[in-house]
Design a protein around this ligand. Structure first.
Ligand SMILES: CC(C)(COP(=O)(O)OP(=O)(O)OC[C@H]1O[C@@H](n2cnc3c(N)ncnc32)[C@H](O)[C@@H]1OP(=O)(O)O)[C@@H](O)C(=O)NCCC(=O)NCCS
Length: 180
């Protein structure tokens, strides 16, 4: 099983592979409703063009395995009084799950984000049932800071959000002290 991956820019030739991997209800059930389902090649093209048009530094990267874009990771820098923070989001084609790939991708994205954006905190609100995503964040040094009760609705069900955060400078300490 290959657990090697690369974070790289999205390109139009990723359309087919993006569609094949993103068109999956097991992914959609764990992400926001704006993620298309079913996921068509038109959706893929629209996404890639939107990302390619964004100004630098890039906020969105493809996760490439064996030469194919099979997942995505991105940050959404916030505005106004929240401008010191950015949200992080990610997904991966199901056949590549549980190989440690997203943990590695999140670690890389965290380093890149703190180097390239004027933010001091990265956060993610995780659906209450998404244990593997919580595990990814914990392995990457994030801390569960709060449970936001009844804060989202997915598939018609009101759910809690588990809010994970990582503050610049504290990640390395946590990882080296064995707390993560
Ligand atoms: C969440 C997701 C990104 C994880 O990617 P991944 O590459 O499989 O993650 P990793 O392999 O790095 O880590 C997953 C961890 O969760 C664990 N895990 C997986 N399913 C689990 C479950 N049902 N219960 C408990 N732990 C579970 C794995 O064993 C692994 O932990 P370990 O290394 O301690 O054994 C992937 O499953 C995905 O794309 N899901 C759908 C979209 C999504 O949830 N996006 C995130 C929205 S916040």
């Amino acid at each position: 099983m290959n657990s090697k991956f690369l974070l790289r820019e999205w390109q139009l030739s990723d359309k087919k592979s993006l569609t094949e991997n993103a068109n999956n209800i097991n992914i959609w059930n764990n992400v926001r409703d704006y993620f298309p389902h079913p996921y068509t090649e038109d959706d893929a093209e629209q996404f890639i063009r939107m990302v390619m048009d964004k100004p630098k530094p890039l906020t969105d990267y493809a996760i490439e395995i064996d030469g194919l874009a099979v997942g995505g990771i991105g940050v959404v820098p916030q505005t106004d009084v929240h401008k010191i923070t950015t949200e992080i989001g990610y997904w991966l084609g199901e056949k590549y799950w549980s190989r440690g790939i997203m943990t590695g991708a999140v670690r890389q994205m965290v380093e890149y984000t703190f180097e390239n954006f004027p933010v001091t905190k990265i956060y993610a609100p995780i659906f209450e049932f998404n244990i593997s995503s919580m595990r990814v964040l914990e392995k990457a040094g994030f801390v569960r800071e709060a449970v936001l009760k009844k804060s989202a609705i997915k598939n018609g069900k009101t759910i809690d959000l588990y809010y994970y955060g990582l503050i610049k400078g504290q990640n390395a300490e946590r990882l080296t002290s064995g707390l993560a």
